[in-house]
Design a protein around this ligand. Structure first.
Ligand SMILES: [Zn+2]
Ligand SMILES: [Zn+2]
Length: 411
């Protein structure tokens, strides 16, 4: 079993932690319980140099660190173009089968624009052209529309996206095998769109911290080879399941205005005609609303064939909530977290496998209760909206109140 997070960013991508290194990504991937990471941003000249210095590629297209942690050639680009009379902005993940092909992609992208100003560079060609260009280089390059529901950069986004895959890719739709769910959507929401497409899930982590990397990931049941991963994404054979966050936890689940403190469900948004009751401007429409708009099937629809999924909130988030702390990064949260990791190896093991009795030997029973609720997908969450994360809420009797302490970092 391979738990993989194949949507990583380097420190050269905008709005990402300036401290990210391959060493730190590996260190926290192991703590998280991940078995494979994307390199992130492989076309960025400085990050590319670091990849080549730090990692060694094997004959199956997997890159290994000196301490034997595997990576796969991965990047994300942003396309901005006009199609069918409307401005489009779509992010796509790109996986490359080996370093040689990655170099050809870099040469190609470099001929279309600068690569050095942002780890997630912008280009003006269309998604249709992207498929053609990549297929000209190598048919084993995989393109996956990233965080496909987010309003501004998702393929199905309410602001600059399309209504269907076919509208976006036209005849090239057949070369798209999977979409990435993003945090604000999960497979049951996407099934309702009735697109004939596989679903994968990755974190889009902007730092290496364990509450970011792996928060969404995909579990493969195959050999650790690029070709096998590719086959799983393309055919479901070897695609075991996805780990999703609860969609309410995502930053664009509900509609609203962060500045106005207004958060609305899709029904409430309809009642106010999409206008903010406070500032009277158009609301930022979230993913749930957009799903309702595009859905061809009712809620709870299940396709005949589908890939299983789990919904999990990161452990740091749980500890922070139970102990009533303000910051995920507080020292106290780390102390409790590290003690759990010391006893049970990694976070996914704690969140998914270790039984209640064992957990109680190491952690407060209120925290254990929340870990089990998380595993059973029974946590209550106030939905995120307009770029702010959702929040786990607990009855007061389920929390532990202690003095707040200082945060260590902003990321
Ligand atoms: Zn993106
Ligand atoms: Zn407003």
């Amino acid at each position: 079993m391979i738990i993989a997070d194949l949507q990583i960013h380097s420190r050269y991508a905008r709005a990402c932690s300036k401290n990210t290194t391959l060493d730190l990504l590996e260190r926290y991937a192991k703590i998280k319980g991940l078995d494979l990471l994307g390199t992130g941003d492989f076309q960025h000249p400085l990050w590319n140099k670091e990849i080549k210095e730090k990692l060694t590629e094997d004959e199956n297209g997997i890159l290994w660190s000196k301490t034997k942690f595997p990576f796969l050639w991965q990047t994300e680009i942003s396309l901005m173009y006009k199609q069918d009379g409307k401005g489009r902005r779509i992010h796509h993940l790109i996986f490359a089968p080996n370093g040689e092909v990655a170099n050809q992609i870099i040469d190609f992208l470099g001929s279309k624009g600068r690569l050095d100003y942002d780890g997630r560079p912008i280009f003006g060609f269309t998604s249709i052209e992207l498929v053609d260009f990549m297929r000209d280089i190598d048919q084993d390059i995989e393109i996956i529309p990233a965080h496909c529901m987010t309003p501004y950069f998702g393929l199905f986004g309410s602001k600059t996206g399309f209504d269907t895959l076919k509208d976006c890719f036209k005849d090239n739709t057949k070369y798209i095998h999977a979409i990435e769910s993003g945090m604000s959507a999960d497979p049951p929401m996407l099934w309702r769109l009735k697109e004939d497409i596989n679903i994968v899930s990755f974190s889009d982590a902007h730092s290496y911290w364990p509450w970011r990397i792996g928060r969404e990931s995909t579990i493969f049941e195959c050999k650790l080879e690029y070709k096998e991963i590719l086959k799983a994404i393309r055919t479901k054979q070897g695609l075991n399941s996805t780990i999703e966050t609860v969609p309410d936890y995502g930053k664009y689940h509900y509609d609203g205005h962060a500045n106005c403190n207004i958060s609305l469900s899709p029904e409430e948004t309809k009642k106010v005609d999409g206008m903010c009751p406070k500032c009277k401007k158009a609301l930022t429409i979230g993913v749930q609303y957009r799903i309702e708009e595009l859905a061809k099937e009712p809620e709870n629809y299940k396709p005949k064939e589908f890939i299983e999924y789990k919904r999990l909130i990161p452990l740091h988030e749980l500890i922070t909530t139970v102990y009533g702390m303000k910051q995920l990064t507080s020292k106290k949260v780390w102390t409790i977290y590290n003690n759990l990791i010391k006893n049970f190896n990694n976070e996914f093991n704690i969140l998914l496998n270790i039984n209640e009795e064992e957990l109680k030997k190491v952690a407060d029973e209120k925290l254990v209760d929340v870990i089990i609720k998380n595993r059973e997908d029974k946590l209550k969450i106030i939905p995120g909206y307009d770029g702010g994360y959702g929040k786990v809420i607990l009855d007061e009797s389920k929390t532990i109140n202690e003095n707040k302490d200082k945060s260590l970092t902003d990321f």
